[in-house]
Design a protein around this ligand. Structure first.
Ligand SMILES: Cc1ncc(COP(=O)(O)O)c(C=O)c1O
Length: 377
């Protein structure tokens, strides 16, 4: 049976990219590979919508999250963390691991943080950084980054660090225009690659703190990587195959353009949201949904985990379940990266088949029909 992957990461990789990555390994200290790095540097700047260097690490996305903290903080600095889900939690866990004092703004799962609350906290104490997700993958929420950036900009000593792991390449996050200080991402999401590359774009405001930072670091060192990137190389052995794949992905994304890419993600997200509502299901984050992933409440009194299990066991399809308190209550569909409208029709058909099997009463095919209407509208 054909395997179908609809998780919010890892996501499918286009055939052209797979083929590129299957080519014989190039040595990284060669003029030919330096050309690849040069092209990738320009492409990443375009994607992150910045003039600044985008640092590349061979790591999963969490590596770039950790790097953002250890490269900008010094002992005694304090962090303000927005925790509205599993990945918000990760920010303060990294702070804790490095003994960084931090305050947490706890946000109810399924909701976005209030910018006013952030402003209030920033007026009360000095923080070196405000940390949040642009798209909180565990809940399907998009936090209001633009509004928060306008606030953080007013505080000279505070950096805005945004986890864009399921946001970069999905919806607009123009780093320079909005004033984001560090924007982090990973390869296995909208960048249409296997896991293994982590990215961090760093503003001039942040570089000033990088110069002063005294937290311990070795591998995840922004300064060392920047110096090497400027010479079109990397400090350590890079993930050469992934970087060759990245060159192709960026070339193709550029050919499509950001506007078209964001519009495609918006359309796919609307298809899933409207399909769910059309058969009487409720969205987990109805007010501030992310275009990367949709979290849907399972039918009242039914285990939503069974939908995920049916898709996995009977249809060879992967979607994601809920985590922690949302386990068994919600299911999550990823629609970021190498997907199109027909993928949405397919995954939603699978969900409806699961619901039929579970005995949920609804008009069969109604959600699929709604999704089709959106494509044709
Ligand atoms: C929003 C968000 N942040 C951080 C991570 C962690 O990334 P990784 O698993 O690549 O370390 C993920 C992974 O799903 C994510 O979705």
């Amino acid at each position: 049976m054909k395997y179908r992957l609809y998780a919010p990461g890892p996501t499918p990789v286009p055939e052209e990219v797979l083929t590129e990555m299957a080519k014989p390994i190039w040595h990284h200290r060669t003029p030919a590979f330096e050309k690849v790095i040069a092209e990738v540097r320009e492409g990443l700047k375009w994607l992150f919508q910045t003039k600044e260097e985008v640092i590349i690490f061979a790591a999963s996305g969490s590596g770039a999250m950790e790097a953002s903290i250890v490269n900008t903080f010094s002992s005694g600095d304090r962090a303000l963390v927005v925790d509205g889900g599993k990945f918000g939690e990760r920010w303060w866990k990294i702070c804790k691991a490095y003994g960084i004092e931090h305050d947490i703004i706890k946000v109810e799962w399924g909701h976005a943080v209030s910018p006013t609350e952030i402003e209030k906290r920033l007026k009360e104490k000095e923080y070196r950084g405000v940390f949040l997700q642009a798209s909180e993958t565990s809940t399907g929420v998009a936090h209001p980054v633009k509004e928060i950036a306008q606030i953080v900009k007013k505080f000279d000593k505070t950096l805005l660090v945004v986890d864009g792991i399921t946001a970069v390449g999905v919806f607009p996050l123009p780093m320079d225009e909005w004033g984001i200080d560090i924007l982090v991402s990973g390869s296995q999401k909208a960048l249409q690659l296997p896991p293994g590359l982590a990215f961090a774009a760093v503003s001039q405001k942040a570089w000033a703190f990088v110069e002063k930072s005294n937290l311990p670091k070795f591998y995840f060192n922004f300064k060392t990587e920047k110096k090497n990137l400027e010479a079109n190389t990397t400090a350590w052995t890079p993930a050469v195959s992934l970087i060759q794949g990245l060159r192709v992905v960026l070339k193709n994304m550029k050919a499509d353009g950001l506007e078209k890419t964001f519009a495609r993600h918006d359309r796919m997200a609307r298809m899933i949201r409207e399909a769910a509502l059309a058969i009487g299901l409720k969205l987990f984050a109805p007010e501030t949904p992310s275009n990367a992933i949709t979290a849907v409440w399972g039918p009242e009194g039914m285990d939503a985990g069974k939908i995920v299990k049916y898709l996995r066991d009977d249809l060879n399809m992967t979607i994601a379940g809920g985590q922690e308190a949302a386990k068994g209550k919600i299911f999550r569909i990823g629609h970021l990266g190498y997907y199109d409208e027909m993928d949405m029709i397919t995954v939603w058909s699978g969900v409806e088949m699961a619901l039929m099997k579970m005995g949920f009463r609804f008009e069969h095919g109604r959600g699929v029909a709604k999704a089709m209407e959106i494509v044709n509208s």
